[in-house]
Ligand binder design. Structure first.
Ligand code: F7E
Length: 342
């Protein structure tokens, strides 16, 4: 029988990768889109026309009740959130409402629509919950110490999920995902900002890369690998929480250096990187590195794309994209791409 999945945050990076994965497994995929993301919904319609789009908003419980009652999916993946940590400092209430309370609204909507507890629910928890880390590497038992309104909201949502699982016997699993990037990453996130700007520098369109704190270290994986873990979690009979990470950590500076090296630019940091306090955060997460051995043991999940390969993919994609936007002959760019791809 065809399974039906409902994805919130379908217009984001993970929504795309997950929808693609589920469609390849013959799921019927329903994506929830809110009014602000309608334009992105239209472009998703071109990329993945098989996805059925429904209107709904994590800020509005009436709409969530309606979407769940109408679709009655087998699986729900809650990827919708205000997910940019920097913005969460400027809009803490909005972030708490969507990223935190939105999850509670979702859980309540499922609880009343599905008394038989058939629906399986995935919550996108985040390594940002570890914040000022209490131990390294971080695993499922590491205490949380969030450092941003985003992290605080994710902790609230995570605890709400555990509580609904324990209190009402709901099939709720949380993936504590470390940073995951790729060709579809939003331009506000640091990896995409770096690869798209370096692509512009290579093509002579830009001459500086303006950033905040480049000493921060992250455990960076590939988004396409991470959505597989989400799906695996919901295939388990027993719901649980899992850390999803590569187990390797690199600084923002390492990411920049790797990207400059790939395009053969020497002293790229000294020549092009400028610091601007507007990109610094009032409180920073200095170091993240995850221990995903539980996911390996129980889900048989391991990441496939390593750090250098991730930078390569993002850089090649941005070179092609920038060439297209600025009407630069792709043949000229091919030489640089071949260099990166060696
Ligand atoms: O920042 C530093 C910044 O915004 C990474 C989200 O998906 O992963 C992501 O959160 C680091 C931070 O991601 C700039 O201060 C320096 O230390 O790319 P990011 P994030 O904050 O780690 C987690 C797992 C999530 O759950 C989130 O939703 O880079 N940094 N200069 C900068 N960051 C940005 N964005 N822009 C800069 O110019």
């Amino acid at each position: 029988m065809t399974k039906k999945a409902l994805i919130t945050g379908i217009t984001g990076q993970d929504g795309f990768h997950l929808a693609e994965l589920l469609l390849s497994k013959n799921y019927e995929v329903v994506g929830m889109v809110n009014r602000q993301r309608e334009e992105l919904g239209n472009s998703l319609r071109k990329d993945l026309p098989e996805v059925i789009q429904v209107r709904g908003d994590l800020a509005d419980s009436t709409s969530l009740n309606g979407v769940i009652a109408e679709t009655m999916p087998d699986e729900i993946y809650n990827l919708g959130a205000i997910s940019f940590v920097g913005l969460s400092f400027k809009q803490p209430e909005l972030t708490s409402n969507i990223t935190g309370l939105g999850v509670l609204r979702m859980l309540e909507a499922i609880r009343s629509a599905d008394p038989e507890r058939k629906i399986r629910f995935y919550q996108a928890s985040s390594s940002e919950m570890f914040g000022k880390v209490r131990e390294t590497p971080q695993n499922e038992n590491t205490p949380f110490h969030p450092r941003s309104p985003y992290g605080v909201s994710k902790v609230f949502a995570h605890h709400a999920c555990v509580n609904y699982r324990e209190a009402y016997g709901m099939h709720v699993s949380c993936g504590i995902l470390f940073n995951h990037e790729g060709e579809r990453r939003g331009h506000e996130f640091v990896t995409r900002k770096i690869t798209s700007t370096i692509a512009q520098i290579v093509l002579g369109i830009s001459d500086k890369l303006v950033l905040g704190n480049i000493e921060a270290k992250r455990d960076w994986g590939y988004a396409g690998d991470y959505v597989e873990a989400m799906w695996l979690m919901l295939q388990q009979e027993i719901p649980d929480d899992y850390v999803i990470a590569t187990g390797e950590t690199y600084s923002v500076k390492d990411f920049i250096e790797t990207a400059f090296n790939l395009v053969n630019i020497q002293d790229g940091i000294e020549r092009y990187v400028k610091q601007d306090p507007q990109f610094m955060r009032p409180s920073e997460v200095d170091l993240l590195v995850g221990d995903s051995s539980k996911a390996k043991r129980i889900l048989n999940w391991t990441p496939k794309v390593g750090f250098k390969e991730l930078v390569k993919r993002m850089l090649i994609n941005d070179l092609q994209l920038q060439a297209k936007i600025h009407q630069i002959d792709l043949q000229d760019v091919k030489q640089i791409i071949n260099l990166i791809d060696q």
